[in-house]
Design a protein around this ligand. Structure first.
Ligand code: 3PG
Length: 213
């Protein structure tokens, strides 16, 4: 199954941010227990690469990608350590090129028509729309989708249970990403059940959105 097919079945992509691989594994397992199949391990800690490797090798029920990938070197390191897709906050030719060369899906962040156009002309068919809520939310997304008719979007940034269904109901949206599913407070407290509950809620909201689209 391609990542695109998987995202259409599991259209919520949680961020996993940890500085301890064991914690990353527990978070990923908690998310999977709630029904999510795809997660983005973000490069925002010194041990992010180890966290990615651990999730990729120890949590087979989760498709692990790398997020917050800022440059070519990080993209290569992510791919060398088991990332099955790459997410970037912005549109960088180096990051996109490394992923494309190796046939791995890459979702760079765009926020403007110019960026969406560049992404299209780099051969991409799916981008992250970031930061979704302050870049204009659903109305901005619909405006971009109306001209970039073949582009699919993954809104991320300010997505929450309150607006998840609104984003998912936009036909051009393939999935939504976000950190609300993995609160730092729950991780610090070792409350992995809370993460499973949030994941299950997101799965339910996504099902409702699909039913009412
Ligand atoms: C990201 O890297 O995709 C964003 O930080 C996610 O934004 P959020 O924390 O508002 O979900």
């Amino acid at each position: 199954m391609t990542i695109h097919e998987l995202l259409s079945q599991s259209p919520v992509v949680p961020l996993v941010q940890a500085d301890d691989p064991e914690v990353a594994v527990r978070v990923a397992r908690a998310l999977a227990a709630g029904g999510l199949r795809v997660a983005e391990v973000v490069f925002r800690t010194d041990r992010a690469l180890e966290c990615l490797t651990a999730v990729a090798s120890e949590v087979p029920e989760m498709i692990a990608g790398a997020g917050t990938v800022l440059n070519r070197e990080q993209a290569q390191a992510a791919l060398d350590n088991g990332a099955q897709f790459i997410v970037s906050p912005g549109l960088d030719d180096g990051v996109v090129g490394v992923a494309q060369d190796q046939g791995v899906p890459v979702f760079p962040g765009v926020m403007t028509p110019t960026e969406a156009q560049r992404a299209t002309n780099l051969g991409l068919d799916t981008v992250k729309f970031f930061p979704a809520s302050i870049a204009g939310g659903v109305p901005a997304l619909k405006a971009l989708a109306s001209v970039f008719r073949h582009l699919r979007f993954m809104p991320t940034g300010g997505v929450s249970p309150a607006n998840l269904a609104d984003f998912l109901r936009v036909p051009a949206v393939i999935a939504c990403g976000g950190s609300w599913l993995t609160p730092a407070s729950a991780i610090a407290a070792g409350d992995y059940d809370a993460i499973t509950t949030l994941a299950a809620q997101a799965v339910e909201l996504a099902r409702d959105a699909e039913r009412t689209t």
